[in-house]
Design a binder for this molecule. Structure first.
Ligand code: ADP
Ligand code: ZN
Length: 293
């Protein structure tokens, strides 16, 4: 048997098939254009493996409808990406492939799951995963179950306290200066006029970036008391941010709670950019086992 994985991102889709040992045997990348064009490439990829496929795990950009009893279950809902608004993701797969068990969750939940089964969250009971890239998103897992209620969390839009010297208005179309508005890749670019990857390590804006990420760690610590907080995404490739975040966090926390030593607590994804795809495979595997037993 094989298991399918779809990491559906705002700029690219990654599709993979893998084994029960979570070994990827084939993968492709597809640019995210229109739903029909992108999804037809997805379908073509899985069609080749259709006979062996046991289930598919999907980690999608969102917001998405994750409630199986809802009329719009399996849809991408109110995304700012107009062409994808109210797109019936699961319905489209079911129509064009044989009907398979499908797990539908957010991109960050899938990455959290990958780290939980095979990365820096392995053996831990409560983990939170963030990505800091084009957007900011977060997902939390407790004993293998995603934290969710009426919907999935939208942690990337938590409110943050503005740094006293930061006059940037923020890029979030809904809240201006939420965490995503102040600390995402596009926020860095608009604040400084340069992409994060082009910015000097000595640029003073990294202090602002670290201050906002430290607030994210602070809030996450007080809300979940997790065992680990994992930060992925392009912006976190700036290794110098860690030390700055650690320093800012000490100031914000002001000894209010004891938390694990920073070097064991705030971690990069052990699976790197594969956290999401491995997580999707693991979710598919688990779903197919659940449906059999
Ligand atoms: P996406 O969020 O689209 O899946 P990424 O996580 O790579 O992809 O995020 C892209 C954003 O991260 C862009 O705004 C880019 O400028 C920024 N970025 C990518 N690499 C780096 C880097 N090495 N340092 C700082 N910022 C980066
Ligand atoms: Zn926002």
């Amino acid at each position: 048997m094989l298991y399918g994985a779809i990491e559906a991102g705002g700029t690219k889709f990654v599709c993979a098939v893998g084994t029960k040992d979570l070994e990827v045997i084939e993968r492709i990348q597809i640019p995210t254009t229109t739903p029909i064009e992108t999804m037809n490439n997805v379908i073509d990829f899985f069609k080749k493996h259709q006979e062996q496929l046991a289930a598919i795990g999907i980690g999608s950009f969102g917001p998405i409808d994750i409630h199986p009893n809802s009329a719009t279950y399996g849809y991408i809902t109110s995304t700012p990406k107009k062409a994808w608004q109210n797109f019936d993701f699961i319905g489209y797969l079911n129509k064009n492939l044989k009907e398979l068990p499908i797990v539908f969750t957010t991109d960050v939940n899938a990455a959290a799951y990958g780290e939980y089964v095979a990365g820096n969250g392995k053996g831990r009971s409560t983990i939170v995963y963030y990505t800091i890239g084009t957007g900011i998103g977060g997902g939390a897992l407790q004993n293998g179950t995603f934290v969710e209620g009426f919907s999935h969390p939208e942690m990337g839009h938590m409110l943050v306290r503005r740094h006293p010297v930061d006059t940037f208005k923020g890029v979030c179309p809904y809240h201006s200066d939420c965490l995503e508005g102040m600390a995402s890749g596009p926020a860095i670019e608009q604040r400084t006029g340069m992409k994060g990857q082009e910015l000097s390590v000595a640029d003073p804006s990294w202090e602002l970036e670290a201050y906002y990420i430290a607030q994210c760690v602070y809030n996450t610590t007080l809300l979940f008391s997790p065992d680990v907080i994992i930060f992925g995404g392009g912006v976190m490739k700036q290794a110098h941010l860690r030390e700055r975040v650690q320093e800012a966090l000490v100031g914000l926390m002001n000894h209010y709670v004891d938390y694990p030593a920073f070097e064991n607590y705030v971690l990069p994804p052990k699976l790197g950019d594969d956290a999401g795809i491995i997580g999707c495979l693991a979710l598919a595997l688990e779903k197919s086992e659940k449906d059999i037993f």
